[in-house]
Design a protein around this ligand. Structure first.
Ligand SMILES: [Zn+2]
Length: 334
């Protein structure tokens, strides 16, 4: 068994975690290009988890089988024939299964919790809310200035406190922000980002990446709304910044309000068409490709099971090694 590939994968994961922990909170370009920033965070976290998982699996399973054959069984038998092999292989297998199990548990838990909270919130809105003047808008009688969307229900909730404080342009701006969340399915982006730190709470890098994604999602929605409502959105965020938002919802001023207001006031240079196409291409194609590059290279470099002579066709070398009259029946070759 070679430990080179699992060792390289583990080293790569350590480098990604260390670099991500240091770099993600300090980098400024993701705030200028929030969608690219989200993609970068996703690439780093996915490739980190994939590398750790693959490293464990490659230690537990010493070679990759070529098709359906018995070679892997023979290799596994050899691999686990010594006490050291049993200890290392079993520990790696247990660690890999733990990683998979915690990921599945965290994903199932996050989905169930989100569904339960949304259903409860929906029931409450049905009792105390009233329909607004446009489809999908719900008005709540509450003095606190609140505007938020309910993912999955495609509804935007506005309190009377917000209606009283926001002027028409500011209200249109925050509604555009919330609709950007709904159309981009930002609740799924945030939920997927939270699954990893929930599954592995001891890894700081994953928590930092999830926090960054939460802030960048708000900036991406700001950018959508700011195409027509830049200054009204900044004023609205200032008015809404101090109000809390219910857990399953995405609020207009929920995250990093001060930073976002400064960002809206500091008008950025408009991106060129080529820049937007490049950003779209990177987000859609290059980011998933990058996330899979290291695991794919590791799989290509991983050793394959050596063919077991007992499973090979017996007559392959017979014409060169035996005279034709001496060709033996199969049972004599065993
Ligand atoms: Zn928002």
């Amino acid at each position: 068994m070679t430990m080179m590939v699992p060792g390289l994968l583990a080293a790569y994961a350590l480098v990604v975690a260390a670099a991500g922990t240091w770099w993600l909170p300090r980098a400024s370009w993701p705030r200028r290009r929030p969608r690219l920033g989200i993609a970068a965070c996703q690439v780093l976290t996915v490739t980190f988890v994939a590398s750790v998982l693959l490293a464990g699996l490659l230690i537990a399973i010493p070679c990759l089988p070529d098709g359906v054959n018995l070679d892997v069984a023979a290799e596994l038998r050899d691999h686990y024939s010594s006490a050291r092999g049993i200890a290392i292989g079993s520990a790696a297998a247990a660690a890999s299964l733990t990683v998979i199990g915690r990921l599945l548990w965290a994903a199932a838990s996050a989905m169930a919790t989100a569904r339960r909270r949304r259903a409860r919130h929906d029931e409450t809105l049905a009792l105390v809310g009233r329909p607004g003047p446009v489809p999908g808008l719900v008005i709540l009688d509450d003095d606190r200035p609140l505007v938020y969307c309910l993912p999955g229900r495609d509804r935007v909730v506005v309190t009377t406190g917000a209606l009283n404080r926001l002027d028409r342009a500011e209200l249109q701006a925050v509604l555009a922000h919330e609709r950007a969340h709904l159309s981009a399915r930002h609740h799924l982006v945030i939920m997927l980002a939270r699954i990893l730190p929930d599954a592995f709470p001891g890894i700081r890098f994953l928590a930092i990446a999830a926090d960054q994604i939460g802030g960048l999602v708000e900036m991406a929605a700001d950018d959508s709304a700011a195409r027509q409502h830049r200054l009204p959105l900044a004023r609205a965020l200032l008015l809404l910044a101090t109000s809390p938002v219910p857990a399953p919802a995405l609020g207009a001023a929920r995250t990093a309000a001060g930073q976002r207001i400064c960002r809206l006031l500091d008008r950025p240079r408009p991106a060129s068409t080529a820049g937007r196409v490049a950003a779209f291409t990177v987000t859609l194609l290059a980011a998933p490709a990058l996330a899979l590059t290291v695991p794919a290279c590791a799989l290509l470099a991983a050793p394959h099971c050596s063919p077991n002579p007992a499973h090979q066709p017996p007559a392959a070398s017979a014409p060169h090694s035996l005279p034709s009259h001496a060709a033996a029946p199969d049972k004599d070759l065993d």
